[in-house]
Structures are given as C-alpha cells and as structure tokens.
Design a protein around this ligand. Structure first.
Ligand code: NAD
Length: 335
C-alpha cells in the first residue's frame, strides 16, 4: 500500500519532507502547496510535484508567473491520506484538515495542545500508531530527545540541565536576527525543557537558552546526572549504537559548527543537510556520575526523518519503531 502525502507549505521544512517522502517506497507525494510564486514554487513544479495554491486568492499570482496550479489546498486534501503541515506556527489549518477528514502532522512551532501527541521516533513511536493528529517536536527538542532518551532508557537519568545556544535565523532568512548581539531568554525554564517533557514526561530537565548571531546550527551544552555507576565509555558505546546520532572529533579537525557544516557538504547530501545529531566525542565526559557533552543540531534537517516515521506510525504502515527508523534512514542515506 502506498500512502498519499500532501505537503501544506513548501518552505524550509516542507521541501525537505517532500524530498524525503519521495525516497520511500511505501508513500508518495500527491501534491504540495504554496502561497507566493517564488523560486521554490517553480522548483516544486520542476521536481514533478503536483502543485496547488494554499488558498483561492493566491491562484492568480501563480498564473501570472506561468506556474501551473492544479487547484487549492481543499482540492489537494481530496487526494491525500495524510497532510504534513509545514506552514509557519499558528497558521491555523487544523480545522480544515478535520473537516476534510484527513490525518495531519504538525511541526514544532505549534504547541503540544494542538494535537495532544508530541513525537520523537525513538522515544514514543508506539503512541503515534493509528493517531489522527501528531506534532513532530522542534529541531532543538528532537536533538535533546535523540541523545537523552537512549541514556534514560538504559542507565536512568536523575536530572538534566541544558543550555541551548540558538542560531539567530535560518541561512536564507535576511529579515530575522540578532545580527550583532547575544540575546538571552530571560524566562526559566526556556520552552525547550517542558517541550522535551511533552515527549519524555518523567524526565527531570531544566533548560535555558541564548540566541546568537549565527545561521548554520544550534549548539547544546548538556549536563545530566545519571543513575548508578556509568562511565564515559558506557555512554559513548550507547550513542554509537543509536540511530541518527553521529560523532565528530576536534582532533579530526571539527572544532566548531562551521566544520560540521563543511563535513555535511563533503558528505554530498542534497542541500548539505545533516539529519543526524552531531556529538563531540572528545567532549563527552562522565565525572562522578555526571555526564557533560556538547551537541550540534542542523535545524532545517533533523526533524525530517521524524516526519517520515510519524507518517508510517499514523498510517499503520509499520508497528516496530526500529524497522521504521531503519527503513527511513536507509532510503535517506542516513548512517
Ligand atoms: P517557512 O517560512 O520556510 O515555510 C512556510 C511555508 O508555508 C511557506 O512555503 C509558505 O508559502 C507556506 N504558508 C502556508 N500558510 C502560510 C501562512 N498563513 N503564512 C505564511 N506562510 C504560509 O517555514 P519553516 O521554517 O519551514 O517552518 C515551518 C514549521 O516548521 C514551523 O512550525 C517551524 O517552527 C517548524 N520548524 C522549522 C525549523 C527551521 O529551522 N526552519 C526547524 C524545525 C521546525
């Protein structure tokens, strides 16, 4: 059975999810939507995706640019088994999906309450099986769940304190900032800790966050008190066997997020996307049962494979999370 997937919002996340769906053999893109006749709209058509205007009022804009439009989102929903909402946060499309009787996946800009189910493939795949509405958590929350869940389920975690050092904007974004400033989030915890708890409700985690003038990645500095006797080697061995986690080493020339992105370019992935969470292997230390580590998040990429697993769970294509993760990763070339 091939699941028909609609993408509402062919932007930063939407175009990546569309490409990832196209690489799977159990799902296909039945159409994508946009609002404005940008180069991305032309790219979607060139990629062979059936193209729809998000609303009727945008059709003329596409026609003026000779971008062929098959209809509007409402028409597209008739074709779809499931819609991936990749629109900006609070765009408010849920009622439209509900009225069309379609399952929907939302992204991390939305609040947990919108769906009541926040998703990370390793941590809670089973809860999404057969679900109608799921939220794939944000890039930062995905990063924290990816590395903390395997430790919590193997060794147990007493508590976590993590500092999110966040990119000011995506690389394409020339209107956001900060441009030359460092902006702390003055509320404690930052929203990231409670967001991790929407996936791992029993994890005792506190987070703070700082926005910095870089565009290429987020960086997390994480301190976790583990339960019982655990060594640095135990932690490294666990992550070594964890999907979607990749070690990098300063002694091999990767000292900063700049070199991680250079590595991603050298790996030859489309858009230089790094779908894995990068952990500095030589920055992992356990001292008196307290684990210290640094990880880097490619914000535009890490959530993409999670969307694919969420589709599989919600559409009852696969009940075993490890089988779904393996299938997704093999198709996407994730090591
Ligand atoms: P984007 O601005 O790059 O793309 C959004 C797309 O939605 C555009 O193609 C636009 O045409 C379309 N759209 C539909 N309805 C719209 C509306 N009412 N207003 C404006 N545009 C509308 O956004 P994005 O960065 O892909 O973010 C989408 C979602 O993914 C958000 O929830 C965001 O928080 C989340 N997310 C973003 C990133 C990231 O780094 N960009 C990472 C993880 C999660």
């Amino acid at each position: 059975m091939t699941i028909k997937v609609a993408i509402n919002g062919y932007g930063t996340i939407g175009k990546r999810v569309a490409d990832a769906v196209s690489l799977q053999d159990d799902m296909e893109i039945c159409g994508v939507t946009k609002r404005r006749p940008t180069y991305e709209a032309k790219m979607a058509v060139k990629s062979g995706f059936p193209f729809y205007a998000a609303e009727k009022e945008f059709v003329s804009g596409f026609e003026a640019e000779k971008i062929p439009v098959q209809g509007t989102l409402k028409d597209l929903l008739q074709e779809a088994d499931i819609v991936i909402d990749c629109t900006p946060k609070k765009s408010g499309y849920k009622a439209i999906y509900e009225n069309a009787g379609k399952k929907a996946i939302f992204q991390g800009g939305e609040k947990h309450d919108l769906t009541g189910m926040s998703f990370n493939a390793m941590a809670n795949y089973e809860q999404a099986i057969g679900a109608d509405y799921v939220r794939v958590v944000s890039c930062n929350t995905t990063g924290l769940c990816r590395t903390l869940y395997p430790l919590d389920s193997t060794f147990g975690i007493e508590n976590v304190t993590a500092v999110m050092i966040r990119r000011g904007a995506d690389p394409w974004d020339s209107k956001s900032g900060p441009i030359n400033a460092i902006e702390p989030v003055l509320k404690v915890p930052s929203h990231h800790g409670p967001d991790v708890q929407s996936v791992m409700p029993d994890l005792n985690i506190q987070t703070t966050a700082v926005k910095v003038p870089t565009t290429i990645m987020h960086l997390h500095s994480v301190v976790a008190r583990l339960k019982g006797e655990v060594t640095t080697e135990d932690v490294i061995e666990k992550w070594d066997k964890t999907p979607r986690v990749r070690f990098v080493c300063a002694k091999h020339g990767i000292k900063s997020t700049a070199q991680i992105m250079e590595l991603a370019k050298d790996l030859g992935k489309k858009r230089s996307d790094l779908f894995e969470i990068a952990i500095w292997r030589d920055g992992v230390h356990v001292v008196d049962n307290v684990l210290y580590y640094y990880q880097a998040i490619h914000q535009e990429a890490d959530v993409v494979p999670e969307n694919i697993d969420a589709i599989r769970a919600m559409c009852n294509l696969e009940k075993d999370k490890m089988k779904s993760i393996k299938k997704t990763d093999e198709a996407m070339g994730i090591c």
